[in-house]
Structure formats: C-alpha cells, structure tokens
Design a binder for this molecule. Sequence first.
Ligand code: AMP
Length: 127
Amino acid sequence: MAYAYDDQNIFAKILRGEIPNDTVLETEHTLAFRDIQPKAPVHVLVIPRGAYVNADHFANTASDAELADFQRVIGRICTGEGLCPDGEGGAGYRLISNAGTHGVQEVPHYHVHILGGRNMGRMVDSD
Ligand code: AMP
C-alpha cells in the first residue's frame, strides 16, 4: 500500500502549530479541536498526530498505542460534550470519517467528525 501524505494540508499545519485551532483535548498521539465551520452545535474533529491520510491508512498501519489513544479520545470527547446516550442526559451523536473521492474528503489527514447537539437526520442522501 502506497499512501501519499501531503504535509502541507491544513491539519498538518495545525499539528505543527503554524495555524491556530480551538483545542478540546490533546494527548500524546491525538488532537481534538472544534470544526471551523460547525454543522451542529457540537462539531469536534479528532485527528492522529501521525501522518495518516484516512481511516484505512490509520487502521492498517498505526501502532496499537496510536489506535487505542485515538479511540479513547473519541470516548472522552463524547463524554465531555455530554453526548453519550447512556441515561444521564446525552441524546447521542454521529461519527463521520470521509475518505477519498467518493467519501468527498476535503482535508487529506485522517479525521473523525463528532457531531451532536441536535438530531442529525438520516445517515446519507439516497441520491
Ligand atoms: P472533510 O470533508 O471530512 O475532509 O472535512 C474537513 C473539515 O475540516 C470541514 O468540516 C472543515 O470545516 C474543517 N476545517 C477546515 N479547516 C479547518 C481549520 N483551520 N480548523 C478547523 N476545522 C477546519
């Protein structure tokens, strides 16, 4: 597998501190920050610090420590933002990760969108 990572993408610049971000949580391997054009009352992006293009690149090649840390950050964000539908007031959320052309991915650094705070509607348009 040959994944070409563009280190000039905007999330790479955020990770290098070249442009600001609204950080929600940061760990050794992961950064979470608010989307600059939120599509819901809660819209947080979770990205690995490593140079991964998309979900399959990350899942296939990241270390166990990176993978575990990323998943834990998602859990901590959902908890911290009050989104967990666990009987304690959270009403749920949606995770989205776009990849490639058919996924209509804009930024070629792996990220998961956490969206919540309103009903997110049906999963995808049928057309
Ligand atoms: P995607 O289409 O999945 O690649 O989504 C990229 C997301 O990155 C979009 O929701 C953008 O609003 C968001 N975005 C782009 N630039 C920034 C930035 N500088 N800070 C925060 N979010 C950004």
